[in-house]
Write a protein that binds this ligand. Structure first.
Ligand SMILES: *Cc1c(COP(=O)(O)O)cnc(C)c1O
Length: 351
C-alpha cells in the first residue's frame, strides 16, 4: 500500500482470544467456558422459538431481558443495559465514560482487552502494578485519573477482592466512573452490586458467557445508576441500535429463570476446583487461591511454557500468556471431573 493511503487507516493491535480448536477430540480448558451445558429452560426456549418472527427487527432496547435482569437483582429496568457479549458492553462503556485527558487506571495484570480498547479510542491509561502476591491494593487507585476498571475476581489471577476494598476505590474516585468487571463473580467472588444505591459513579458488568454457560450466544450486561445507563444507551444507539437479536434476548431471559440449576452447577465446579488445586499441589504446583472457574498456577521446577506445549501435543488446551510477570504461569479452566483427571494424568507423565 502507498504511504499516503496507509496514513489514513487506523492501526490497532487486536486482542487475541484463546484458540478455538477445530476438532472435538480435545480437552478445552483455555477460555474459561462453563464445564456443563446451559440450563433446561434455555433448551426449552430454543425449541419453542418461532423462526418466522425473525422477519421483524428485535426489540432495540432488550426491554424484556433488561426487566428480567432488573428483577433478578432487585433493580429498576432503567439501571440495566445489555449488549452483544460483555466485550461489547465494555467497549461501549470505555467510549462513553472514559472521555478525559487523564489516564484510565487498571492493573498491570488483568484482562488484556482493556489495553486494546484504550488504544482503539486513544484513551490514555496507566498500569497499576499488582502486589507481589498478585493482589490489588485499593490505595494505589488514589491518584488523578480519567476512570478506573477493575476485574473482580481478577483474570487471569483468579483472585477476588473484598467488598470494603472495592468500595474504597469507588469512594475515592467519585469524579470518575469506576467499572467493576464481574465476569466470574458467581463462582465465589463478592459482587459490588449492593454499592449501586450509594455510588452514582459505579458500573458493574456481568456476562452470560461464564456462570450461565452461554458463551456461544454472546450476551453481557451492565448495571448502574439510571443516569449512567442512559448515557451508555445513547452511545449504543449512535453505533448499533440492535446489538442483541431476538434469539439472544429470548434465550438469555430463559436462562435467568433457572437460578437453582446454575447455582448447583457452580457448586460442582467449585468443588472440582478445590480438589484439582489440591492434586496440583501434590505435583509441585503453586496455585493462587481462586474465586473463579479457573486456576492460575506455576510449577516449582518446570517452565509453564514447556508444560503448555506438552499438554497441547496431548490435545489438552490450557492458556499460556507470554507476558511480563506471568510467563511462568498457566491459566487452567475448571472442566468436568473427568477432564481434570485426564489433565492430571498427562501432567504426571510429563513431570
Ligand atoms: C470472559 C470475560 C469477558 C468477556 O465476556 P463475554 O461476555 O463473553 O464478551 C470480560 N471480562 C473478563 C474479565 C472475562 O474473563
Amino acid at each position: 500500500m502507498n504511504e499516503k493511503l496507509l496514513q489514513k487507516i487506523k492501526k490497532v493491535t487486536p486482542y487475541i482470544p484463546g484458540e478455538q480448536p477445530k476438532t472435538n477430540r480435545i480437552i478445552k480448558l483455555n477460555t474459561n467456558e462453563h464445564a456443563y451445558p446451559p440450563s433446561p429452560s434455555v433448551l426449552e426456549a430454543y425449541k419453542s422459538f418461532d423462526p418466522a418472527t425473525l422477519r421483524k427487527y428485535p426489540d432495540s432496547d432488550s426491554n424484556s431481558l433488561n426487566q428480567s435482569i432488573a428483577d433478578h437483582y432487585g433493580l429498576e429496568k432503567s439501571q440495566v443495559f445489555s449488549g452483544n457479549g460483555s466485550d461489547e458492553v465494555l467497549a461501549l462503556a470505555f467510549l462513553t465514560y472514559f472521555q478525559s485527558d487523564l489516564p484510565v487506571l487498571f492493573s498491570d495484570i488483568t484482562y488484556s482487552f482493556y489495553k486494546v480498547w484504550c488504544a482503539l479510542y486513544d484513551i490514555p491509561y496507566e498500569l497499576v502494578p499488582l502486589a507481589d502476591d498478585f493482589t490489588i491494593n485499593a490505595a494505589d487507585y488514589n491518584r488523578p485519573n480519567g476512570g478506573v476498571i477493575i476485574a473482580n475476581p481478577n483474570a487471569p489471577t483468579s483472585i477476588g477482592m473484598e467488598l470494603c476494598h472495592i468500595e474504597e476505590i469507588i469512594k475515592n474516585n467519585r469524579e470518575s466512573v469506576v467499572i467493576v468487571d464481574e465476569a466470574y463473580v458467581d463462582f465465589g467472588g463478592v459482587s459490588a452490586l449492593p454499592l449501586l444505591d450509594k455510588y452514582e459513579n459505579l458500573l458493574v458488568v456481568h456476562t452470560f458467557s461464564k456462570f450461565r454457560s452461554l458463551a456461544g450466544l454472546r450476551i453481557g450486561y451492565a448495571m448502574g445508576s439510571s443516569q449512567l445507563i442512559a448515557y451508555l444507551s445513547h452511545v449504543k444507539n449512535a453505533f448499533n441500535s440492535y446489538p442483541l437479536d431476538s434469539i439472544q434476548q429470548a434465550m438469555a431471559t430463559a436462562a435467568l429463570m433457572d437460578k437453582a440449576y446454575y447455582l448447583e452447577r457452580a457448586a460442582i465446579i467449585t468443588k472440582t476446583r478445590e480438589s484439582f488445586a489440591a492434586q496440583l499441589a501434590e505435583l509441585g504446583f503453586q496455585t493462587l487461591d481462586s474465586q473463579a472457574n479457573f486456576v492460575f498456577t506455576t510449577h516449582k521446577k518446570h517452565p509453564a511454557k514447556a508444560i503448555y506445549e506438552y499438554l497441547k501435543e496431548q490435545n489438552i488446551f490450557v492458556r499460556y500468556f507470554d507476558a511480563d510477570r506471568i510467563s511462568n504461569h498457566l491459566r487452567i479452566t475448571i472442566g468436568t471431573d473427568e477432564e481434570m483427571a485426564s489433565l492430571l494424568s498427562a501432567l504426571k507423565n510429563f513431570l
